[in-house]
Design a protein around this ligand. Structure first.
Ligand SMILES: Cc1cc2nc3c(=O)[nH]c(=O)nc-3n(C[C@H](O)[C@H](O)[C@H](O)COP(=O)(O)OP(=O)(O)OC[C@H]3O[C@@H](n4cnc5c(N)ncnc54)[C@H](O)[C@@H]3O)c2cc1C
Length: 487
């Protein structure tokens, strides 16, 4: 099924419990902290519906969103990637956890369900869940990291406190009961379900925390504690165009005796397995290919903004500034190449299926996460003080005298005052606003801390191939007097 945006919005009015500080949000689709982002999510659903050929596929007599496609060949991977790109372009790369992100994780896992090894893994449940979310066209968010600084249970045990990390507190005939918290469910406020699991390794004895399952966001006992929403703080769309529409939200997942029926449990009581299921299946690669594609969309905006800002300040023709623009163009070209490379160098894996090139995907992930602040700094540098030269907000136009002064004095040879202010307000939402700050943090951490990403890259490297290169070279020479011919 392909869902319409309005249908998705109706589904979000389901009694879910969302808190902003002490304020309980009744309806996320109407609340000033979330309503515009909710509409953005709805627009993603409508985009798919309006572009069925490109953004869906047919299986079992039904059409499904393209990101549920279990790719069999290069063509399928290219279709998946193009679908991600359409979604990311719609949101200018601002929605990291758009509905195609976690869905791709689940789809990748459903390509190799036998990795959910019994008795602690439940491959049939995973497959059923995959078919269920694709037939509901569900938006799934995830919380797959234990809360920061609470990863050592000994402290809590010594003090006789409950361990805060989400874990199974009881098993019952018809399911498990979970309590505790998990970080950081981006987008959960707008999602149908939350996937709970562990993408970073647990110690083998952390069995009860190994629970991997999915629950509806409105499950009894589940609460989302939102970080400070930025949308609510916006004075107008003109003044904060990105925060106004694209604050995808981040929430702590708080569970108090949440019942999870067995059919929604995918891994139970096996700490190592709970992490392996992402990396021994295409799950992690499918999900993070989406991240790379989304980053590419964002870089298109950053590059365009760099050039527009330089035009606006009149610096665009200065050779040194053109060099900066050339550098930023190379940055955008680089991520474009890295995304395409993952498709061109695709892997026949698992049997009968196809996966993006894993090493290239991790290379892109490392490059993206490590360099985002530098790219934003290039934009910041081009902006100069122009961002603060503008009036505090566009209400300046409500007073005829001020409006007259503004439009007269703030025009430049390059552009009119309002157009200029609009451009600089947009740039500020990417370099300096709270929304921008959150994006700096997001791009650095969404896929895990840097050492985690590098461990993935390390794991996927065919070291024998590279050792062979060194060995071959060293074998081609010897101590003086014992030289070998170079063949
Ligand atoms: C905006 C945002 C959105 C997010 N969205 C989601 C989401 O949707 N779902 C989800 O599950 N998670 C999400 N996360 C959480 C994210 O996965 C984690 O932030 C990430 O895994 C890092 O964990 P941490 O924040 O606890 O940092 P920590 O692990 O505490 O690391 C903090 C710092 O210490 C360093 N450090 C810690 N241990 C080591 C070590 N052993 N070796 C070297 N350095 C070390 C790290 O490199 C890092 O610089 C999000 C995070 C952010 C910021």
């Amino acid at each position: 099924m392909l869902k319409a945006g309005n249908d998705h919005l109706s589904e979000l009015r389901d009694g879910r419990v969302v808190y902003i500080g002490s304020e309980r949000v009744d309806d996320v689709t109407a609340h000033p902290a979330f309503r515009n982002a909710a509409r953005t999510v709805a627009s993603i659903y409508d985009l798919k519906l309006g572009n069925k050929e490109a953004m869906s596929f047919e299986e079992d007599g039904e059409r499904h969103s393209i990101y549920f496609l279990r790719a069999k060949n290069r063509e399928d991977l290219a279709r998946r990637s193009a679908g991600h790109r359409m979604i990311a372009d719609l949101t200018y790369g601002m929605f990291g956890r758009s509905p195609d992100h976690v869905a791709s994780f689940v789809t990748g896992m459903a390509m190799k369900p036998d990795e959910l090894k019994k008795p602690c893994g439940f491959p049939e449940n995973l497959l059923k869940y995959y078919f269920d979310i694709r037939s509901r066209d569900a938006y799934v968010a995830y919380a797959v990291v234990p809360p920061q600084a609470a990863r050592n249970p000994e402290f809590y045990q010594r003090k006789n406190l409950p361990v805060p990390t989400l874990s199974v507190v009881r098993e019952e005939d018809d399911g498990v009961v979970i309590s505790g918290m998990k970080m950081l469910a981006t987008g959960a406020v707008f999602a149908n379900d939350v996937w709970i699991g562990n993408v970073i390794p647990l110690a083998p004895e952390q069995k009860k925390q190994a629970i991997t399952c999915a629950v509806p966001v409105n499950a009894r006992g589940l609460k989302l504690w939102s970080r400070k929403p930025f949308e609510r703080e916006c004075r107008s769309e003109f003044d904060s165009p990105l925060a106004w529409r694209y604050d995808e939200s981040d929430s702590m997942l708080m569970c108090e005796d949440v019942k999870v029926p067995w059919e929604r449990v995918f891994v139970h009581d096996d700490a190592l397995l709970s992490r392996d299921i992402y990396v021994k299946t295409p799950s992690h690669c499918y999900g993070n290919h989406q991240s790379n594609v989304r980053y590419w969309s964002k870089m298109k905006l950053v590059l365009g903004l760099c050039s527009r800002i330089a035009q606006s300040t009149g610096a665009a023709e200065v050779p040194a500034v053109r060099e900066v623009l050339g550098h930023m163009s190379a940055v955008e070209g680089m991520i474009a190449g890295m995304v395409s490379g993952q498709i061109e160098a695709w892997e026949r894996w698992p049997e009968g299926g196809a996966c993006f090139n894993r090493r290239m995907m991790y290379a892109a992930l490392e490059w993206c996460t490590q360099n985002y602040s530098d790219f934003i700094d290039e934009l910041r540098e081009l902006c100069g003080g122009g961002v603060f030269q503008m009036p505090a907000d566009i209400s300046v136009m409500e007073d005829p005298a001020l409006a007259g002064q503004f439009t007269t004095f703030f025009q430049t040879p390059q552009s009119g005052a309002i157009e200029r202010m609009k451009l600089f307000k947009l740039a500020w939402d990417l370099v300096g606003s709270e929304f921008a700050g959150r994006h700096l943090q997001y791009e650095r951490f969404y896929a895990g801390a840097p050492f985690i990403i590098r461990n993935h890259a390390y794991r996927e490297t065919p070291w024998s191939e590279f050792h062979g290169v060194v060995d071959r070279l060293m074998a081609s020479y010897d101590i003086p007097g014992n030289e070998k011919r170079i063949s």
